[in-house]
Design a protein around this ligand. Structure first.
Ligand code: FE2
Length: 163
């Protein structure tokens, strides 16, 4: 069992350092996935064309603005656990679970890219939630669980747009 002191085996919030090194690594991979998805969605926002432009352009802005806030929360959770968040594109490209999506202009293809990215984040976060909960790190589990719930609803809405 961990205790609430910062010593050799536990971190500043009483969690086992050995367990947290695994959670930190997974959160850094998640941070990399978020950055890749974020820049994909900015691309959709900038490049989308066609009859749904005035719907999709602001909708994509709403999404990447939310992702930006989540990026900061994930990085600061890594720090809270005693780790160092990745912050270089070269590191993100090595650790991301989401592929870059370049030069997409068609609205339907953009929305499909959003759905694919959200599904990848959801899957990655479910695994992190289970790992964190197994290590008594309910704080990290709750953080990503809240994102999963929000993104599951977004998958429904973006899929509804696709018809
Ligand atoms: Fe803009």
């Amino acid at each position: 069992m961990s205790n609430a002191t910062d010593n050799d085996s536990t971190n500043q919030i009483g969690l086992e350092r050995a367990d947290m090194s695994q959670v930190i690594a997974k959160l850094n991979s998640l941070l990399s996935s978020y950055h890749t998805f974020y820049i994909n969605v900015r691309g959709y926002h900038w490049n989308v064309k066609g009859e749904h432009f005035f719907t999709l352009h602001p909708k994509f802005e709403e999404l990447y603005t939310a992702l930006q806030l989540q990026i900061d929360e994930i990085a600061e959770r890594v720090l809270t656990l005693g780790g160092t968040p990745l912050h270089a594109y070269s590191d993100f490209s090595q650790h991301t679970g989401i592929a870059e999506d370049k030069n997409v202009k068609d609205g339907t293809t953009c929305v499909k890219g959003v759905v694919t990215g959200l599904q990848a984040l959801i899957e990655e976060q479910r695994k992190i939630s289970a790992l964190a909960a197994d290590s008594d790190d309910q704080g990290s589990a709750d953080l990503v669980d809240a994102y999963v719930q929000e993104q599951e609803k977004l998958v429904w809405m973006y899929n509804a747009f696709l018809g």
